[in-house]
Design a protein around this ligand. Structure first.
Ligand code: SF4
Length: 255
């Protein structure tokens, strides 16, 4: 044993959870689809090696904010291996998080691009890309226990959960049911806020930043900014703006 071995935790629940997620094959339809997309690829990315596996959460595991999306994008997270990375949804999301001070840069292109989140962790209800972005009820049931585990691990510090889209909103309720807390069936209303306990944490609903929503004006940058401003207002001491890194902010590619 080296001198440093004694400093390594024998059992890190986050690492153990991530290892289980990365090897998960509970949903045969999604396993087949994620691997098919990774093999066939989109023409623009044909030289790339797709991730093609379940996508674990990303960000600050000690954070006070948990963001819950729907599922990896076919040529976004299923290609890059990081939540909301490499597609139009991610471009919209991380630009907003940068404006709100939760991200150190406004773009999210690939796992090695230097993106860091402060005080925030991003995950999804379903970790494998579903055909047409529509997981079945059984697939959601199969995957949501991972979300419950993440909530449990973050709970000591957790102040705000932001659910991106109705499926994520319902997924949070399912996750809390697994943790033994029955939440009301609150209406899904953009920017609505609900208390999960007498003193929080709070659940905020938001339209999903899908291209379908952002290009039709259903979700504008101003509407999205209001969500993150609410989040900041709920944190007793909002995190300082992350230091600017030496990153070239070229226009994000929208696929
Ligand atoms: S969607 Fe979730 S439960 Fe289903 S195979 Fe992927 S990681 Fe496993």
């Amino acid at each position: 044993m080296s001198a440093n071995d004694s400093l390594v935790p024998l059992h890190d629940p986050w690492e153990e959870l991530e290892a289980r997620i990365l090897t998960c094959r509970r949903c045969p339809r999604l396993v087949a689809w994620r691997e098919t997309v990774a093999r066939v690829k989109r023409r623009a990315y044909r030289e790339e090696t797709y991730w093609g596996r379940p996508v674990p959460g990303f960000g600050d595991r000690q954070g006070r904010v948990l963001v819950v999306g729907l599922a990896p994008g076919a040529h976004g997270a299923n290609r890059t291996g990081r939540m909301f990375t490499g597609d139009a949804s991610g471009a919209f999301l991380y630009a907003a998080l940068y404006r709100a001070g939760f991200a150190n840069q406004p773009t999210s292109r690939h796992r090695g691009d230097g993106l860091r989140l402060r005080d925030m962790y991003i995950t999804a209800v379903v970790r494998c890309v579903p055909p047409k972005n529509r997981p079945t009820a059984a697939e959601i049931r199969a995957c949501v226990p991972y979300l419950a585990e993440e909530i449990q691990l973050m709970q000591p510090r957790l102040r705000v959960i932001v659910a991106l889209g109705r499926i994520a909103f319902d997924g949070v309720r399912r996750a809390y049911a697994i943790l033994g807390q029955s939440l009301p069936r609150w209406p899904f209303v953009h920017a609505a806020r609900y208390a999960l306990g007498p003193e929080g944490p709070y659940l905020i609903a938001s339209y999903h930043p899908s291209r379908q929503n952002t290009q039709t004006g259903r979700l504008t940058s101003a509407m999205f900014d209001r969500v993150w401003q609410q989040v900041r207002a709920l944190l007793p001491d909002p995190p300082p703006l992350p230091p600017q890194e030496d990153v070239h902010h070229e226009p994000e590619r929208l696929d």
